[in-house]
Ligand binder design. Structure first.
Ligand code: PEP
Ligand code: MN
Length: 360
């Protein structure tokens, strides 16, 4: 599959002067809830009203969605507010029903993108339609799976495409519900610059007070839009209560975001530099995060040395690390002088931490 402008004509045709906004509840719960939220979003910048009808839940026993009944409520949303609608599909029956109910945009969830069988089934069912289909990243940080899903749809003649970056699950606990791993989305963006890229800060953060920051990072990285879960009574939502915002908060978020306008002639430089700087910010954050992790392991070693009564400084080990890192650095174009300086500083910080433990 080649990069193609065809993939983004549906988005360009909307002629928006702001990022695309998809908003609405995690789950459709009742007709009143769905219509209430839609009416609150009607006269805002929201372009598509989302609601999950079939909810993939990690463990059984949680609310699994209202099913096909919810499609009627989405039709009512369109009839009563004029908003276009969006829902998640996870198999061919969902696609059939969504098409019958004239849902405007379909997205494929993170748990489906991991399965080429499911993606192929959905692609086959969609063949011959001109639906907009957005593919969420797979649960695990595997760029090929994500690309594979896009390619299967493209091959089935689905040309109105896009991707949604909703973060990746990790075993380790982080401040995110799903860690963003921005570099993966950046890689995808570089491979397919015309494939619309949408950020879902709700599922990345899992917490409503982090949504603004993640949305801003996405816009700084030149994303085309945002999908934000919105509910009139978030605390009592039947799913994903902690991450949903009220319509009022959504409007405020959209107002506060620094939105970079289309580049006009001569502004190319500013736009490119802003995007590159955003990439540097992402990498710097990863550096700090990684250094923090390294210090934590160094502290564990310190504890162990204390119980075994071993000296903090182990010269052989240290020389071995340095030798290896100088070689690795060389391969990445880093000078020996720089690698030495950097590792000396890191090593000193480790020793300081370990000595503190030994003296405690
Ligand atoms: C959702 O959008 O409500 C959803 C279930 O998302 P994901 O597939 O990203 O978990
Ligand atoms: Mn959700």
């Amino acid at each position: 599959m080649e990069n193609s402008v065809e993939m983004r004509t549906w988005l360009d045709d909307l002629g928006l002067d702001h990022p695309l906004v998809i908003a609405g509840p995690c789950s459709a719960e009742t007709e009143e809830q769905v219509l209430g939220i839609a009416k609150a979003l009607k006269d805002t910048d929201v372009n598509y009203f989302r609601a999950g009808i079939w909810k993939p839940r990690t463990r059984p026993g949680n609310f699994e969605g209202v099913g096909a009944l919810g499609l009627k409520w989405l039709q009512k949303v369109k009839a009563e507010t004029g908003m276009k609608t969006a829902t998640e599909v996870a198999n061919k029956d969902h696609v059939k029903l969504a098409l019958e109910h004239d849902i405007d945009l379909l997205w494929i969830g993170a748990r489906s993108t991991v399965s080429p069988f499911i993606i192929q089934e959905i692609a086959d069912e969609l063949k011959g339609t001109d639906k907009i289909v957005l593919v969420k990243n797979p649960v695990n940080p595997d760029l090929s799976l994500w690309l594979g899903a896009i390619e299967r749809l493209y091959t089935a003649d689905i040309k109105k495409l896009g991707v949604i970056h909703r973060g990746f699950s990790t075993y380790e606990k982080t401040k995110y519900r799903n860690i963003p791993e921005w570099q993966l989305a950046i890689e995808l963006q570089q491979k397919y610059p015309d494939l619309p890229l949408i950020c879902d800060p709700s599922h990345i953060t899992g917490k409503r007070d982090m949504i603004f920051d993640v949305s801003q990072t996405a816009l700084d990285l030149n994303y085309d839009g945002l999908m934000i879960e919105t509910h009139t009574d978030p605390d009592n939502a039947w799913s994903d209560a902690a991450q949903q915002v009220t319509p009022t908060t959504l409007v405020q978020i959209m107002k506060d975001l620094r939105i970079r306008k289309e580049t006009v002639a001569g502004e190319d430089y500013n736009s490119t530099i802003a995007q590159l700087r955003a990439q540097i910010d992402v990498i710097d954050n990863q550096l700090i995060e990684t250094l923090g992790k390294r210090m934590k392991v160094a502290k564990d070693i310190g504890e162990l040395k204390k119980t075994k009564n071993v000296a903090v400084l182990q010269n052989n080990r240290w020389n071995e690390i340095l030798g290896k890192m100088i070689l690795e650095g060389e391969q990445k174009g880093l000078s020996e002088e720089f690698v030495l300086k950097m590792f000396k500083a890191i090593h000193q910080e480790s020793i300081n931490h370990q000595e503190k433990i030994l003296k405690a």
